[in-house]
Design a protein. Structure first.
Length: 559
């Protein structure tokens, strides 16, 4: 072992490092505990709460019809956005496990105020992501047997600004991603040693993932592919282990159906309906991308790669490409040796190479799939956030490779400095953008981001705009606010606690002559062809919400 490799090993074994890991998780949890109320409500959250309420009411109505609070639940549900559409049978196919659990807690805890309801959901969102960060730490440690790398990996995992923000309010993509991390951890443990405990947890969290987004079945598919490859390489593996694969399938489907009420209605047809919906959601709007409006159903192939590149720190992209190259190069090198009649050569020289390729396929497979199937996408790359853990894994893989081949101490120390400087920059951006880290763009496009991409498509800054207007008016002044964008301003009322709200009327974007005009420049089509988004000449700008060079939203007042 070289002196540098010995130094690298000593860092891993340091007691100070072990204490630092514990302190990091404690500090991170308490940071989340102190800031989860800082985030506004997003455009999806009212719908997701309604969806959770619909299925909670359905379960109570069908299995606990004697419940004393049934009437109250019905009244609460009927007053919600989207409730009538769901009663008519629309939007029922979406996975509801998280929203259903949140509604259950809301009712058990008897939470009455809507802002407390959404604060609870934001805490739950963060808590599940926090749990996933612990599993991600152990996933990295499981593969690399190195505490230092595991800590670096989890720091990259939680400090990417967009992921940090959305870990508090994105109850679809982040929750899905969190369950995926846990499922992958147990998948890799199972592939190393088929234990019943590992199989149960892999099946359970794969099912949880599927019960959020149906794409979760990809975990089972990839696991099966690697089981087959193992069977090809190892004599009698299939005969001896097939019972474990069958058990995995059985438990996966049992858990998937157990936590997804929609499947109870029609177990076969509804299963396929949900997958068809995920593959190509029929939204006919347009996306503002690279300075132009493009149909969400006909996005260019580079949409996802570009978004991943510009919405993450540059160092991420450099290390990801490095990791992809190294893993592919190793795989094809082994494969070519097999094809040259070397029957003793295997696809992987060791278990670690198998893990690396598993993660690589989990990263590239979905990206290729959405391009090939031309899946409808919008709001950046959030529908593919579940590959984000694989992205960070590839970063850690590259760092480990570089640290192991460096033969000069000055280079070794320089790389350690670069790693922690990159994490520091992430933390700096989190503080600078708070609580709107979801608008983060790296320095390549940050100055021109408003001219190239959609910014606050979540509407996370809308609640602040309402509070800003309320601060402008007296306690008894009655006003009306016109929304000049696609994100509904009135949804954000649910998380604003202000007695002045009773004097505010929110009007649609077709109505004119209101006291205030709000816009965050998010449109479903090119606004040049939609008069409803034109800012009237008799209004003057009174406020701009900005972070750095990026405009989040603006408020205009009638002259």
């Amino acid at each position: 072992m070289s002196s540098l490799n010995r130094k690298y090993s000593l860092i891993h074994k340091s007691k100070i490092l072990n204490y630092s890991i514990f302190i990091f998780f404690v500090v991170y949890f308490f940071i989340g505990l102190n800031i989860y109320k800082h985030y506004g409500i997003t455009t999806d959250e009212p719908f997701q709460r309604t969806s959770g309420f619909y299925w909670y009411l359905w379960i109570i109505n069908n299995f606990f019809s004697e419940s004393s609070n049934l009437a109250g639940i019905k009244n609460s549900f009927s007053s919600m956005e989207w409730s009538q559409e769901m009663v008519k049978g629309k939007f029922l196919e979406y996975g509801v496990i998280f929203d259903l659990f949140a509604v259950y807690l809301e009712n058990i805890l008897n939470i009455q105020n809507s802002h407390d309801v959404y604060h609870l959901k934001h805490f739950l969102n963060f808590f599940i992501f926090f749990i996933s960060s612990i599993f991600f730490f152990y996933l990295i440690k499981f593969r690399f047997k190195n505490n230092f790398l595991a800590l670096v990996g989890v720091l990259f995992y939680v400090t990417s600004p967009r992921i940090f923000a959305e870990s508090f309010f994105n109850s679809k993509d982040i929750i899905f991603m969190s369950f995926v991390v846990i499922a992958i951890f147990f998948a890799l443990k199972t592939l190393k040693k088929f234990k019943i405990k590992n199989i149960i947890f892999f099946a359970l969290f794969s099912a949880f993932s599927t019960d959020v987004r149906s794409m979760g079945i990809f975990l089972l598919l990839l696991f099966s592919i690697f089981f087959i490859l193992e069977s090809i390489e190892i004599k009698d593996f299939f005969r001896k282990k097939i019972k474990f694969l069958l058990l995995t399938f059985l438990l996966y489907f049992l858990f998937t159906y157990a936590f997804w009420p929609y499947l109870w209605l029609d177990p076969i047809n509804n299963f396929f309906v949900s997958f068809k919906s995920f593959k190509n959601y029929g939204w006919g709007g347009s996306i503002f991308y690279l300075g132009d409006y493009v149909s969400a159903q006909r996005l260019p192939w580079h949409y996802i790669p570009i978004w991943i590149t510009v919405s993450n720190p540059i160092i991420y992209s450099l290390l990801i490409f490095s990791g992809i190259y190294i893993i592919f190069n190793k795989f094809f090198s082994n494969f070519l040796k097999i094809s040259s009649d070397n029957l003793t050569q295997k696809i992987w020289n060791n278990y670690n190479e198998k893990v690396d390729f598993f993660i690589l396929l989990f990263f590239l497979g979905p990206l290729i799939a959405v391009i090939v199937f031309n899946s409808t996408l919008y709001n950046g790359w959030r529908h593919l956030y579940f590959v984000y853990p694989s992205l960070i894994y590839l970063i850690v893989f590259s760092l480990n490779h570089i640290l192991n081949i460096i033969n000069k101490e000055i280079s070794f120390n320089f790389l350690i400095i670069v790693i922690f400087f990159s994490i520091f920059i992430n933390i700096f951006n989190i503080i600078k953008l708070h609580p709107y880290q979801n608008i983060y763009f790296n320095f390549l496009v940050e100055k021109k981001a408003n001219d190239l991409f959609e910014i606050d498509y979540w509407g996370s800054g809308n609640a602040y705009a309402i509070k800003k207007i309320l601060n402008e008016i007296s306690d008894d002044e009655k006003i009306s606010i016109r929304t000049g964008s696609f994100t509904p301003l009135k949804y954000s009322v649910h998380i604003v606690d202000n007695k002045k709200l009773k004097n505010v009327t929110f009007s649609g974007n077709e109505e004119l002559n209101q006291n205030y005009f709000f816009t965050n420049y998010i449109y479903e089509k090119n606004p040049k062809s939609l008069k409803k988004y034109f800012i009237p000449k008799n209004y003057e700008k009174i406020f701009t919400l900005k972070r750095g060079n990026i405009i989040i939203n603006e408020i205009y007042k009638k002259k």
